[in-house]
Design a protein around this ligand. Structure first.
Ligand code: S3P
Length: 430
């Protein structure tokens, strides 16, 4: 029988990797980045920065970025291809908007269906010229300039990507930019700015709302960046160890950022035996080791107010729910429709196909867990090209002895190219 056992260091965090590259490109000199995630999405950002005139080389295991200062991007000679990466498209769009250059952004089929007006409306108000396809989508053309109007932005939707894009734009603008978040989102950008000594004011407006104030333009002094390991990637093995009998694993160097590890609180509430030990702080992010052992889980209700902190983990949480006693209810998932796939649909369809009782009503999902499903025949899992769906069902597949046939595993390289290798390393038999 298979179990998960042993200890591994998870790959670098995707969100921090994108930010590390972009902030390094805006610095006034040479920045060495270690533990950068070399996934398809992050490499899209890296290659686009090269297109924008930034020299980036790899030396041994590290990446060296020769920053050109804020406002230092050159006119690209080619279209900027963001592939599947929403983070690349939004962050780079913000970063180029305050440079006097014109760029064309394109993406793959899935990215071309995701909303870009959620960012472009803010940039247009500031004075950037933007043309979208069908008023919302890629391909998109943007002409930026250094004289965009710095202003106050009230974020209508909770989105760390949009917030970060507006911050990146503000770094090269003369004057005050204020961004008000009604619902807080992941704060890697703010942490990295603090680490890089970029001055900004963050005020807590009430329990769930903050404002960030910047006063540009900035000169960013080069400082080396070490990327913490990705908690969202760790989540797959954490749930794997919780649902596979006799498992016991340790995952190392994981970013313990509060805006990212809410899924651990949920899993603990479900009865998961998970222990966290903080070890150090790297480049502004606390990191530590996470120990997990097999647990008997029970269903819980996850209220909508937690959704910005669980946005990437709902697929794997739904796998945990499928193995828990009773019902798990996930509420307020509307933003899941705007991810790499419509995740409400991809979770519901695939779990139902395996045989679970899943009820989807509007933006809520209710899953009845059971350990009693035995599969006689193979079942085809449709990933819709979504890496997190592919990895989540690969974890469930460990319980079903490969009876689940995942239609497209290649998308895993979007966020976690070493997933299979790491899974193999943790797999043991008894
Ligand atoms: C990300 C923010 C989240 C998340 C995405 C990465 C980021 O998207 O889903 O995978 O790096 O800022 P939102 O913009 O919806 O917060």
């Amino acid at each position: 029988m298979l179990k998960l056992k042993g200890s591994i260091k998870i790959s670098g965090d995707k969100s921090i990797s994108h930010r590390a590259l972009i902030f390094a490109s805006l610095s006034t000199g040479r920045v060495t980045i270690s533990n950068l995630l070399e996934s398809d999405d992050v490499l899209r950002t890296l290659n686009i920065l090269k297109e924008l005139g930034i020299k980036i080389i790899k030396k041994e295991n590290k990446w060296i970025v020769f920053g050109n200062g804020t406002g230092g991007y050159f006119q690209p000679s080619q279209v900027l291809n963001c592939g599947n990466s929403g983070t690349t498209s939004r962050l780079i769009m913000g970063a180029v908007s305050s440079n006097p250059i014109s760029c064309t952004f394109i993406g793959d089929k899935s990215l071309s269906k995701r909303s870009m007006s959620r960012l472009s409306t803010y940039l247009e108000r500031m004075g950037a010229e933007i043309t979208l396809t069908n008023k919302d989508f890629l391909p998109l053309y943007i002409t930026g300039n250094t004289n965009l109007l710095p202003m106050e932005h009230i974020m209508q939707k909770a989105s760390a990507q949009v917030k970060t894009a507006l911050i990146l734009s503000a770094l090269n603008l003369r004057g005050k930019t204020k961004i008000i978040e009604k619902k807080n989102t992941r704060d890697h950008t703010e942490r990295l700015m603090k680490y890089l000594k970029i001055k900004y004011k963050k005020k807590i407006l009430n329990t769930n709302s903050t404002s960030i104030e910047l006063n540009g333009p900035y000169e960013i002094k080069p400082k080396n960046i070490s990327v913490a390991s990705d908690p969202s990637s760790a989540a797959f093995f954490i749930v794997g160890a919780l649902i596979i009998p006799k498992s016991n694993i340790t995952l190392k160097n994981i970013a313990l950022n509060k805006t990212r590890i809410a899924f651990i609180d949920v899993l603990k509430k479900m009865g998961g035996k998970i222990r966290i030990k903080k070890t150090k702080t790297i480049s502004g992010e606390e990191v530590g080791d996470i120990k997990v052992s097999y647990s008997l889980l029970h269903g819980v209700k996850i209220e909508s107010k937690y959704s910005p902190y669980l946005i990437d983990e709902y697929p794997i949480l739904s796998i945990a729910a499928s193995q828990a006693r009773g019902f798990t209810i996930m509420e307020g998932l509307s933003e899941l429709r705007h991810k790499e796939s419509d995740r409400i649909k991809s979770i519901t369809i695939n779990l139902s196909k395996v045989g679970f009782n899943v009820i989807q009503k509007k933006d809520n999902i209710k899953i009845e867990g059971t350990k009693r499903i035995e599969l006689k025949y193979q079942k085809k899992i449709k990933t819709y090209g979504d890496h997190r769906i592919a990895m989540s069902f690969s974890i469930l597949n460990l319980l079903y002895k490969d009876k689940l046939i995942i239609d497209d595993e290649s998308c895993i390289s979007i966020s976690y190219p070493d997933f299979k290798k790491h899974l193999k390393k943790l797999s043991a038999f008894y």
